[in-house]
Design a binder for this molecule. Structure first.
Ligand SMILES: [Zn+2]
Length: 341
């Protein structure tokens, strides 16, 4: 193809195969001017359109981004609020653990005190037994129960020093672990107490009953003995006779006390004993109170140790106001003095 410029335009010669004729194309001048211009115009239009579409897309993306950012920041805020709540909850929990730990330490201290008291009670009960059993042999030696160590022993008191670490300085987990151990120890101590205390209370109760039902109280304010237990010269006949109790001189109307707790089995009057009261005690002993001016109890009454049961007098076979006090063991009179002195 060949192109030839003319004053009116452009002529193009198209040469094909040798056998084909040459073809001539004539492009007029106005078209030669318009086509590049139109091309430039159309490209410019394309660029502007692309720019517009890009700007639109960018604006859309920016909007989307802004929305995402908003969503993200609100999520972050919510998350921060949750974290802050969690931290607050943790702080409170930590406070509670510290408080629990302190409580457990307080409880332990109080249990130590109770445990020590219980040990004293145990020693008291054992000690009473050992004195009673060894007094006959004339020597005081500890009983087997005294030598047996108490199963309730708390070693926390034996601490002698060491670094001081405040509770709040310890890690919460360690604190929780220690507190759990403390509570386990407390539970085990309480379990032991629950087993041992009722047994000891029963022992104490029995001991108390034995003490209160054993005649040991001097039966009237006066301590003047005018006649002792055993053989003596009879005050009426002067002949030797057996005296089954002791005579304590006093004033008519002086109170007469029960030497031990028990039950009144007899309130009577006869020519020899005058007004008299008999009390039976739970250990099988009986105490007799004779020559009363009056009796203040009746048969069947339960009497406390030290209770006033009558008034001193001179009724029956008597030469003056006195109390005849007698202790009966297995229906036989025994010397009252070892009991009440
Ligand atoms: Zn007498």
């Amino acid at each position: 193809m060949r192109a030839a410029r003319t004053s009116q335009g452009l002529t193009l010669l198209v040469l094909r195969e040798s056998r084909s004729p040459v073809r001539q194309l004539h492009v007029p001048k106005p078209i030669l001017v318009f086509v590049p211009f139109a091309a430039i115009l159309s490209i410019s239009g394309l660029i502007i359109s692309l720019q517009l579409r890009s700007a639109d897309r960018i604006a859309g993306l920016e909007q989307e981004l802004a929305a995402k950012q908003l969503e993200w920041s609100s999520k972050q805020l919510a998350m921060e609020a949750v974290v802050s709540d969690k931290e607050e909850a943790l702080r409170r929990l930590r406070g509670q653990v510290v408080s629990l730990s302190r409580q457990s330490q307080d409880v332990q201290k109080r249990l130590q005190t109770v445990s020590a008291l219980q040990k004293q009670l145990e020693q008291f009960l054992g000690g009473e037994r050992s004195v009673r059993t060894s007094s006959a042999a004339g020597a005081i030696s500890p009983s087997a129960d005294d030598l047996k160590p108490s199963t309730l022993q708390w070693t926390g008191e034996n601490a002698v020093g060491g670094e001081f670490i405040a509770v709040h300085q310890l890690g919460t987990e360690k604190l929780i672990e220690d507190t759990e151990d403390d509570f386990k120890a407390i539970h085990s101590l309480i379990d032991q107490m629950q087993k041992q205390v009722p047994v000891q209370l029963d022992k104490a109760q029995a001991r108390l009953e034995a003490l209160s039902s054993t005649p040991s109280l001097w039966p009237t304010p006066s301590r003047t003995i005018t006649s002792s237990f055993g053989y003596r010269g009879d005050p009426f006949t002067g002949k030797s006779a057996f005296h089954a109790g002791i005579d304590i001189a006093g004033n008519t109307g002086d109170p007469v006390y029960a030497a031990a707790a028990g039950t009144v089995t007899s309130v009577q009057r006869d020519g020899s004993r005058g007004n008299f009261v008999v009390i039976r005690h739970s250990n099988g002993l009986e105490t007799w109170y004779m020559h009363l001016s009056s009796s203040l109890v009746k048969q069947g009454d339960s009497i406390l140790k030290g209770q006033t049961i009558g008034k001193l007098g001179s009724t029956g076979r008597s030469t003056g106001p006195h109390l005849h006090f007698q202790v009966m063991k297995k229906q036989e009179p025994v010397n009252p003095l070892p009991y009440i002195q």
